[in-house]
Design a protein around this ligand. Structure first.
Ligand SMILES: Cc1cc2nc3c(=O)[nH]c(=O)nc-3n(C[C@H](O)[C@H](O)[C@H](O)COP(=O)(O)O)c2cc1C
Length: 398
């Protein structure tokens, strides 16, 4: 891979640059978690307890990051999670994100709540695109949307089930960043404080596309974000259950993946209901605070359903070492949401590509340092566990 470095050497650099560029309410919407942000912090902190052990003298001069996922080759073992807001970070952000993924040769997930229509993203970007579905309480409308997703040509459908009850994000209320947008003096001051973003993103949006809206919604529910009649609760479905998932399985002929799984029993149930995969995820710490980090929940889930269905993990992956740890603990594939969003905020497609390029460089480097040549070689052997000998040595010394 090659590309302008944008002076970003890691994902945290992109995050800091995004913070400088975006209005505070928008940056916090992307960056923050919920309530006391215990989940958010723990998602990243949990990686620190996992340590590698290396194999040396393994001639690692040739290495491949190619990874098989749902019958296709991804150029590395990480793809892009669904996020509904790239269009608010840079003009046409969702297309930029998908183009970056296509260029990097990795899958990208188009969100139900995107501000660019699925048709436009498919036509403009191409590549291995997956679609993420939120099931509404009106099942007929949801199934109509599924039919549209099928007719557009998507082959993989991700159903997100961990936010049927919204996370408590108090900062959004403080910032007036809500649906519909509340143009409070505070929000307006925040927008005006970032003229670069205002002109290159919001103004372009209004001139070329009009009021930002959820472009994948059917006319029955499509509503401008500014509309007073818009009721967020009408998009939620607290009664969602396994019968709904089975209904979807009957309707969707392609790969079907359940996103937001943290319990091995739910992963097993998903497999019993015909899922092709699960995404071990806590929605990036945005839904339930104090939930287990996906990297912590992963080993039990992989032990239960790994080899039977595909196990994917997201939430908190910021480094190549994190990705390799995820694979070593039993994941088949990893996804990330915020890293490419930060990149999109900084420089649209080029910024999202830079985030993917950073992951590629870092994963390749750590594989070499571990003495590995292919992604298939990543396994539990890479991880250090205190041995019985080390424990008895410590006990004897005490
Ligand atoms: C701004 C933002 C918007 C998101 N929107 C959606 C969404 O519409 N659908 C969904 O399934 N997940 C959504 N997510 C969750 C991501 O798909 C993913 O699970 C999460 O970002 C992973 O954590 P990470 O950001 O630490 O990588 C969103 C996340 C963020 C940060």
């Amino acid at each position: 891979m090659s590309g302008g470095k944008l002076n970003a050497y890691n994902i945290e650099d992109l995050r800091r640059m995004a913070k400088r560029r975006l209005p505070r309410g928008i940056f916090e919407f992307v960056d923050r978690g919920c309530e006391d942000e215990v989940s958010l912090r723990n998602n990243c902190a949990a990686f620190e307890d996992i340590k590698f052990r290396t194999h040396v003298l393994a001639d690692v001069s040739t290495r491949s990051l190619d990874t098989q996922i749902f019958g296709k080759t991804s150029k590395m073992p990480i793809g892009i999670s669904p996020t509904g807001t790239a269009g608010l970070l840079s003009f046409g952000g969702e297309v930029g994100l998908a183009k970056a993924a296509a260029r990097a040769g990795v899958p990208c997930t188009v969100a139900t709540n995107g501000m660019t229509s699925m048709e436009e993203i498919v036509n403009e970007a191409g590549g291995d695109l997956w679609f993420q579905l939120y099931m509404w309480s009106d099942k007929d409308l949801s199934l109509k949307l599924v039919d549209r997703v099928k007719s557009v040509g998507f082959e993989t459908l991700i159903v997100t089930v961990d936010s049927t009850i919204s996370g408590n994000r108090e900062y959004n209320h403080r910032n007036g960043f809500e649906v519909p947008l509340q143009y409070t003096p505070r929000l307006i001051a925040q927008l005006l404080a970032k003229p670069g973003w205002l002109v290159s993103c919001l103004l372009q949006q209004f001139i070329k596309r009009g009021v930002p809206k959820f472009e994948n919604y059917p006319p029955e529910v499509m509503d401008g974000l500014l509309s007073k009649s818009f009721k967020r609760s009408s998009l939620k479905n607290e009664s969602l259950d396994w019968d709904d998932f089975r209904l979807l399985r009957d309707r969707w002929p392609g790969k079907l993946v359940l996103k937001g799984v943290l319990h091995p029993d739910d992963a097993a149930m998903a497999a019993d209901c015909g899922a092709d995969g699960v995404i071990v995820s806590n929605h990036g710490g945005r839904s339930l605070d104090a939930s287990v980090a996906p990297i912590q929940a992963l080993p039990d889930i992989a032990a239960r359903v790994g080899g039977r269905i595909t196990v994917i993990v997201d939430s908190g992956f910021r480094r190549g070492t994190d990705v390799v740890k995820g694979l070593a603990l039993g994941a088949d594939f990893v996804m990330a949401g915020r890293p490419t969003l930060y990149g999109t905020a900084v420089a649209g497609e080029a910024g999202a590509y830079r985030a993917l390029e950073i992951f590629h460089e870092e994963i390749g480097r750590v594989m070499g340092q571990l003495g590995l040549h292919t992604v298939d070689e990543i396994g539990a052997d890479c991880l250090w566990q205190p041995s019985a000998a080390a424990t008895s040595f410590r006990t004897a010394a005490e």
